[in-house]
Ligand binder design. Structure first.
Ligand code: AMP
Length: 287
């Protein structure tokens, strides 16, 4: 497995691929990899001739300086895991090459970036859209793999890929969970054993919503009221938001249908966690 620590070495490695018929699968990450990231690499491995991952802790998508400072890192371990998945190359760009002196062009995010994460984390999606566009331009992949765990991010990236004709097929991948239902996240490492246990209320509440849907209930308000009550009953947990939204527009819905998602964000101690459940897709915790 090759490691590219400059734009130039990445370009040299990929140039022959661009001019041939090979298909590049791209997996962008911020490192401290877990099974969720590796599932993206595996999906990419199955569908492309070349698989490139990136590890880049993108400063422009962090609205909270301490979140960036405390973000876990372990590059050596990440590289071992990616190599084991058969990844061909890993791009680890230096900051000065991603944002050179004078850098000042940013993507104005689409409408589906406005609410929820966009509202709670000002500037977050502007940073995400911009770095994804830069990474796509440097890698020129055929397909790029994103997790459904970050459902709003996925919708936003699908939108900009379409609107800006980025020429990349965005492939969504199912959320990977711990056996007890907690969605895997690099930030889970910050949770104490008690916090980790408290955090389960989010995945449980969302799953309960899916059960309610399957029993025939369609009124979104009822899901939210019931879910809010459950989350607020755990003293160590602060509810950030709970909503039922269309999976593409991220606008709230009143009567739930198969294209909708139950989404939520909570704070447990100093850690902020997000999760979601689709009402009628296959990546349910207990299908
Ligand atoms: P991150 O390193 O957090 O920026 O995540 C990189 C990619 O991995 C994004 O496309 C995420 O949606 C995806 N990802 C993170 N956690 C999970 C998970 N538990 N299941 C599936 N994909 C995930």
């Amino acid at each position: 497995m090759d490691v590219y620590r400059s734009v130039e070495t990445l370009r040299q490695a990929l140039e022959p691929e661009w001019s041939s018929k090979s298909r590049i699968g791209f997996v962008p990450t911020m490192g401290f990899l877990h099974e969720g990231h590796l599932s993206l690499a595996r999906a990419a491995r199955g569908e492309n001739t070349k698989v490139i991952a990136s590890i880049y802790l993108n400063p422009t998508q962090f609205n909270d300086a301490s979140d960036l400072e405390n973000y876990p890192r372990d590059e050596a371990r990440d590289l071992t895991l990616l190599e084991r998945e058969g990844v061909d190359g890993v791009f680890i760009p230096p900051h000065e090459e991603m944002y050179p002196d004078g850098f000042s062009t940013y993507i104005d995010p689409p409408a589906n970036a406005r609410r929820w994460e966009g509202e709670r984390r000002p500037g977050h999606f502007r940073g995400v859209c911009t770095v994804v566009a830069i990474l796509f331009n440097l890698t020129r992949p055929t397909r790029a793999y994103f997790g459904r765990k970050d459902a709003q991010q996925l919708a936003v990236i699908r939108r900009i890929a379409k609107d800006l004709r980025l020429g990349v097929e965005v492939v969504p991948c199912p959320t990977v969970r711990e056996p007890d239902g907690l969605a895997m996240s690099s930030r889970n490492v910050h949770l104490s054993p008690k916090e980790r246990n408290d955090a389960l209320i989010l995945s449980q509440t969302l799953l309960e919503g899916v059960r309610l849907y399957r029993s025939g209930v369609r009124n979104a308000e009822r899901f939210i009221a019931q879910g809010e009550k459950a989350i607020q009953s755990i003293p160590g947990v602060r509810l950030d938001y709970l909503a039922v939204v269309n999976q593409n527009t991220f606008e709230p819905v009143v009567t739930i249908g198969d294209d909708d998602l139950f989404i939520g964000a909570i704070r447990v101690g100093r850690t902020r966690l997000i999760d979601n459940q689709p009402f009628a897709q296959s990546d349910l915790l207990f299908p």
